[in-house]
Design a protein around this ligand. Structure first.
Ligand SMILES: Nc1ncnc2c1ncn2[C@@H]1O[C@H](COP(=O)(O)OP(=O)(O)OP(=O)(O)O)[C@@H](O)[C@H]1O
Ligand SMILES: [Mg+2]
Length: 300
């Protein structure tokens, strides 16, 4: 009998996640599940909370409420030592690639194996070469990060993220700052790794071409709220909804449609117009903006 998706336990389950910085709620009751072997793309405007959600999922931010299960284990209550055990099961590719500049690419990839395993140097050597080959950098193994391009740094970061054969790979803006061709190559690499190695991928991006290329499912964040988590087709249909039918969509769907199309007009534009400027101009907090601002000095 074929296992149906409902019989497969998610590798990541986020429930009711709340994260605040100071008094500001940045994530407000987020729910999200990621199934084994799928690529989940998390989208949203700048400041919507994508990186914060990712950092919560890898245990670098502790949430104020909610649970985050990785492989069935709630990581929220874990101490650093046990968190580090869980961390061995996933790889992370940060925006910059986060390589050590004083080490060659070879040494950068070897480091996690030296630190976290008891493998013999000969086995580590083979592992490093396999990982560098996977990302097409084996012949550049002895170069330092300063000697390679931004795209190559991303690939090297990926090779290092793969060092411990992770079950999950987290990416934050993998194609940011890359030219379109290099960016497309990174996308193809993400797809190839997912297929060849069976890893589950969580990718934060606001690059829509990339999102639609790699995603199985997509999640749309807006100002700390999760608006929708749906299959890629669902988002494609919404993006391609004609102008005439748009008026019948609710505001969340209109907002996502605008976002996916990168259109200047729509709910996001009017939101920008309506908010912030007056507050900025008169030094008011947003909930006071409705009052008529006074230009009189407040002193006295
Ligand atoms: N360590 C922190 N301390 C205080 N506020 C933070 C911290 N990290 C993020 N924030 C705030 O949380 C909100 C969400 O930030 P986050 O970095 O998650 O956004 P994002 O969706 O990744 O944006 P971008 O697309 O620009 O990377 C922002 O308002 C940001 O200023
Ligand atoms: Mg971010």
């Amino acid at each position: 009998m074929d296992p149906t998706p409902s019989q497969t336990e998610p590798v990541i389950r986020v429930e009711g996640l709340v994260k605040r910085f100071g008094g500001v709620t940045v994530l407000d009751g987020i729910n999200l599940t990621v199934n084994p072997g799928e690529t989940m793309v998390i989208m949203g405007g700048s400041g919507s909370g994508k990186s914060t959600l990712l950092r919560c999922m890898i245990g670098s931010h502790r949430p104020e409420a909610g649970r985050i299960e990785l492989f069935g284990q709630n990581i929220c209550g874990l101490d650093e030592e046990r968190l580090n055990e869980v961390r061995k099961k996933f790889g992370i590719l940060f925006q910059s690639g986060a390589l050590f500049n004083s080490m060659t690419l070879y040494e950068n990839v070897a480091l996690p194996l030296q630190e976290h395993t008891d493998l013999d140097p000969e086995i580590i050597d083979i592992q490093v070469k396999i990982k560098l080959e996977l990302v097409g950098l084996r012949e550049h193994a002895n170069k330092y990060p300063a000697q390679i391009s931004g795209g190559m740094k991303k690939r090297a970061g990926l090779a290092r993220a793969l060092a411990l054969d992770p079950k999950i790979l987290f990416y934050d803006e993998p194609s940011a700052g890359l030219d379109p061709v290099t960016s497309a190559q990174i996308d193809q690499l993400i797809i190839a790794l997912t297929r060849q190695l069976g890893v589950t991928s969580v990718v934060v991006t606001h690059e829509m071409d990339s999102a639609f290329t790699i995603a199985d499912r997509m999640a749309m964040l807006d100002r700390g709220r999760m608006l929708f988590v749906e299959g890629r087709d669902w988002f494609e249909n919404l993006r391609d909804t004609g102008e005439a039918e748009t008026a019948s969509l609710d505001e969340d769907r209109q907002l996502i449609r605008q976002f996916l199309r990168g259109a200047p007009d729509g709910p996001l534009a009017s939101r920008r117009d309506a908010q912030g400027y007056e507050a900025d101009l008169f030094g008011l907090t947003p909930d006071r903006v409705t009052r008529t601002p006074s230009l009189e000095p407040t002193r006295g």
